[in-house]
Design a protein around this ligand. Structure first.
Ligand code: HEM
Length: 471
């Protein structure tokens, strides 16, 4: 695994400090025409698909037109011309740069939030619609304590969340209910589509986050969706403060109810123990991010089922692991976890990781100005066939290799101090939910044909369908 632009020297912030400024030593800059191409081919499809909530018709069109592959090719062209970058884009009235070098991805993520703030302007405008105090768009000491609250509540350093055993009954029951519903479908017995999967997944999410009595509370899911649709338009739409207050009020009520086995109960417990520096309002404001982010987790696991259906040997191996861990209270299921990670590598649900510089930052080839929006386009690194022999195939084994991950930016959950604190919880719930399905059913992908050595640049989850039959 080599990168043409990766010199043997790894960058450490101050090593390159030469006292130059963004004026005396500017970074390379794309021409206006190149900038327009990057915006049209890389930025636009990401925004059009819906950064906060996906627009199914656009996702289908992007899949059909192969726009995701074009975006990667465009970035490769830029890297060939400009080397390590980062490359400043010629966007009128805005400072924007795109990252071309794998070492720079590591550096920027490691050096977040200072000088690479997670609270980037566009993200702030998008998320304020439903969670203005979420850690991701907070700064300074506020960010530190809100991030800390997320880490505690989501048990972010532990592959098995401390409440995992309490979550497992909900996982099994909701998967069983889904299988029953699919089997009883009069129109198409055994046919699994995304709507049914999404609804079952969110019944589980509601139970885990808010409590069992919220199982069928699709009103909150819909309220969230409406606000997320506003978030797609960031600052172009005014905030609906009434709906936002309603969401937060409902979450706060769930924390008061503290139903056993829910994260809401865990929050109340931590508050009572004085184990967090955050107020109730701040804690509650982290939860919309969880509800929002469980949506891509559903997509990733559903696409993971497609990977398994197209790779029967891996499916057999996954079933073997499921059987091996049948007695575990909260199974680890490494292959299913790696399947979800692969689904996210191949079809990143956060394709664009955004940062904003809080001051001038020196790179080897120039200085990035303060206030620059930094774009890390994950698929450029995840699907780089020039440097990764596994770029377009299902390779769950790469997630066992610490070195591969350290050398090359495989960053579906970001990295560094801003890494997704929910990642282990996502992998725990998705892997066990998928396990219940593949343990009890054989699965056949009926809507798409996946070519194992050449997986598509985007897989439209909304139109994926399976035929499930008893094993
Ligand atoms: C497939 C599912 C998910 C993916 C791919 C994902 C990915 C990410 C990424 C890439 C970031 C960093 C974003 C940025 O820097 O702008 C992030 C942040 C975050 N994620 Fe996730 N996430 C997922 C699900 C979840 C879930 C289910 C939760 C909570 C239960 C969660 C909680 C968070 C929080 C609180 C942050 C903000 C962290 C901070 O402020 O530093 N995520 N996630």
């Amino acid at each position: 695994m080599t990168h043409p632009n990766t010199a043997s020297h790894r960058v450490v912030g101050s090593v390159y400090s030469t006292g130059q400024s963004a004026v005396t030593n500017p970074l390379p800059k794309a021409t206006a025409a190149e900038t327009a191409q990057v915006l049209a081919e890389v930025e636009f499809p990401t925004i059009a698909k819906g950064p906060i909530v996906r627009r199914p018709k656009v996702v289908a069109a992007v899949e059909r037109l192969g726009l995701e592959a074009r975006a990667v090719t465009r970035m490769q062209t830029m890297a060939e011309k400009y080397g390590r970058g980062p490359l400043m884009l010629a966007v009128p009235g805005q400072k924007m740069a795109t990252v071309l070098d794998p070492d720079h991805v590591h550096r920027i993520l490691e050096e977040s939030p200072e000088p690479f703030a997670t609270a980037e302007t566009l993200k702030r405008h998008a998320l304020k619609h439903f969670e203005p105090k979420v850690s991701l768009i907070s700064e300074g000491s506020e960010r530190a304590r809100r991030r800390d609250a997320n880490e505690k509540l989501l048990d972010h350093n532990h592959p098995i969340h401390r409440m995992a055993e309490q979550f497992m009954p909900a996982v099994r029951e909701e998967a069983a209910a889904l299988l029953e519903e699919v089997a009883d479908n009069d129109d198409a017995a055994g046919q699994l589509n995304y709507d049914a999967y999404f609804n079952a997944w969110f019944r589980l999410v509601n139970r885990v986050v808010l409590g069992d009595s919220y199982r069928d509370d699709m009103e909150l899911v819909e309220l969230m969706e409406t606000q997320r649709k506003r978030g797609n338009f960031a600052f172009l739409r005014p905030v609906n403060t009434e709906d936002r207050a309603e969401i937060l009020e409902r979450i706060s009520q769930a924390v008061d109810k503290a139903e056993p086995g829910s994260l809401a109960a865990f929050m109340k417990q931590i508050e009572a123990a004085g184990d967090t520096e955050t107020s109730r309002d701040e804690n509650v404001q982290q939860v919309p991010q969880w509800l929002f982010a469980f949506d891509p987790a559903g997509m990733a696991s559903y696409r993971g089922l497609a990977l398994l259906a197209a790779h029967q040997d891996r499916l057999d191996a996954a079933r073997y692991q499921i059987a091996e861990e049948a007695q575990a209270e909260a199974p680890m299921l490494p292959l299913l976890r790696a399947t979800v990670l692969e689904s996210l590598r191949l079809w990143a649900t956060t394709p664009m990781i955004l940062r904003e510089t809080t001051r001038e930052v020196e790179f080897e080839h120039g200085v990035m100005p303060a206030g620059t929006t930094v774009l890390i386009f994950a698929p450029f690194f995840h699907r780089d066939e020039k440097n990764l022999d596994f770029a377009h195939r299902f390779a769950p084994e790469v997630w066992d290799h610490q070195r591969t991950r350290e050398e090359w930016p495989l960053v579906p959950f970001s990295g560094g101090p801003g890494i997704c604190p929910g990642r282990h919880l996502v992998l725990l719930l998705t892997s066990n939910f998928m396990a219940e399905i593949v343990r009890q059913r054989s699965i056949e992908l009926t809507s798409h044909e996946l070519e194992p050595g050449n997986l598509p640049a985007l897989l439209d989850n909304f139109s994926l369908e399976f035929q499930l039959s008893p094993r």
